[in-house]
Design a protein around this ligand. Structure first.
Ligand SMILES: [Zn+2]
Length: 385
């Protein structure tokens, strides 16, 4: 009999696995995660002044893996930093092995495990505010990580040296696509950092610095085929003068031109942003000189492409306190570095890290967002910076 009950519980539990967003009323209670309204197939309930929501549906929004043990009637939710264990009908919960007393015990309603939303969200370090008058729970979740890949140029096999071989680039795009990655834009990143948007659990950003001609002739063709998005940080002075940079002197037609830039932007897949006017090392310049480098590029891009680029990549990844102050003063939305790691919200908008070596093959072996990047484990394809 006990076994049979366990099986029934288990079946009921697995029925809860498929969470679908149905447009059913949430019992008049709104749950807003950042700016996204969450709809649960089992509506939230209020018990003793506490809002209970379906645990699995909520925690999957936080990319947590969930397990249920029918013997002990415990639900374990895990990600890299946090393990939450609750027991049905018990007010004692565990967060990373520390005991936490709940105001209301989790319970099963319509085969969903319902838990206090405040407890779960706060366990994850999010801010939770309950607005009694409009029956709304606002959760601010900024704990999120995003791989931003940095490329410079692509080469056909046997042609040129350095750069990313075309076959490898194709392989990497295919890998991202077949693994269900969505390519996002710097505006998406800005919205994420501002708490306005939640990015999908498999989001990434593909970036190219310096406006190399091969970005137009090779990379653009590849992303177009796959309808993926990429962001290019460019130096208007280099484009205007078709100048070669210090690394690749002597190569004619090194940069794509404005017409090609426009074609890429018009495709809707390419976002062109600011890599400063003439690619100088910002931390060696005065604040005023840095300002000129940033603003002149903004103005030229606006003139040639019709919009102001509010996103910046520091040349050579170099910046100092003056640069950060300028970002604030000039209203730069995001800025990326070449520090080799995954971007995380705690880095703030102007020191976002990027993956400089392209270890795409090893990405997302696990299902959990933040442990996908064990940089040191990668066999890296080293790119020249
Ligand atoms: Zn550069």
């Amino acid at each position: 009999m006990i076994i049979r009950n366990c099986i029934i519980v288990l079946i009921l539990f697995f029925l809860t696995i498929s969470f679908s967003e149905v447009s059913e009323a949430n019992n008049g209670i709104s749950i807003i995660l950042n700016d996204q309204k969450l709809i649960f197939d089992q509506p939230p309930v209020i018990e003793d002044g506490t809002v209970l929501v379906p645990m699995r549906a909520l925690l999957e929004k936080f990319n947590m893996a969930i397990e249920y043990d029918s013997n002990s009637e415990t639900v374990t939710a895990k990600n890299k930093n946090t393990t939450i264990i609750v027991t049905i009908n018990s007010k004692i919960a565990l967060i990373n092995n520390n005991t936490k007393k709940l105001r209301v015990a989790p319970r099963i309603i319509n085969s969903r495990t319902m838990v206090p939303i405040r407890f779960i969200s706060e366990a994850l370090g999010d801010e939770v505010v309950w607005h009694e008058d409009i029956k709304t729970v606002n959760i601010t979740n900024k704990d999120y990580a995003l791989p931003i890949f940095i490329y410079h140029w692509v080469v056909k096999e046997g042609e040129g040296k350095g750069g990313t071989p075309l076959s490898k680039f194709r392989e990497q795009l295919d890998y991202l696509q077949s693994s269900g990655f969505e390519t996002v834009t710097p505006d998406d990143v800005y919205d994420w950092l501002s708490g306005k948007k939640i990015l999908g659990p498999r989001s990434c950003m593909i970036t190219f610095d310096d406006g190399n001609l091969s970005v137009y002739t090779l990379a653009f063709q590849e992303v177009k085929k796959r309808k993926m998005k990429m962001t290019l940080y460019i130096n208007p002075s280099w484009m205007d003068n078709q100048m070669t940079d210090v690394f690749r002197q002597g190569q004619e037609g090194y940069h794509f031109n404005w017409e090609q830039a426009r074609e890429m932007v018009d495709s809707g897949l390419v976002n062109i942003q600011n890599h400063t006017y003439s690619h100088q090392q910002l931390d060696l310049l005065s604040k005023e000189e840095q300002k000129i480098e940033i603003v002149k590029a903004q103005e030229r891009i606006k003139e040639m492409l019709g919009y102001t680029p509010y996103h910046l990549a520091y040349p050579y990844g170099s910046y100092n306190q003056d640069t950060l102050e300028l970002c604030r003063e000039l209203g730069v939305h995001t800025a990326v570095t070449v520090k080799n790691s995954i971007a995380e919200s705690k880095q703030g908008p102007w020191e976002l890290k990027r993956i400089s070596y392209i270890p795409v093959d090893k990405i997302f072996r696990s299902t959990e967002k933040k442990i996908n990047f064990q940089i040191e484990e990668y066999t890296c394809l080293k790119e020249n910076l």
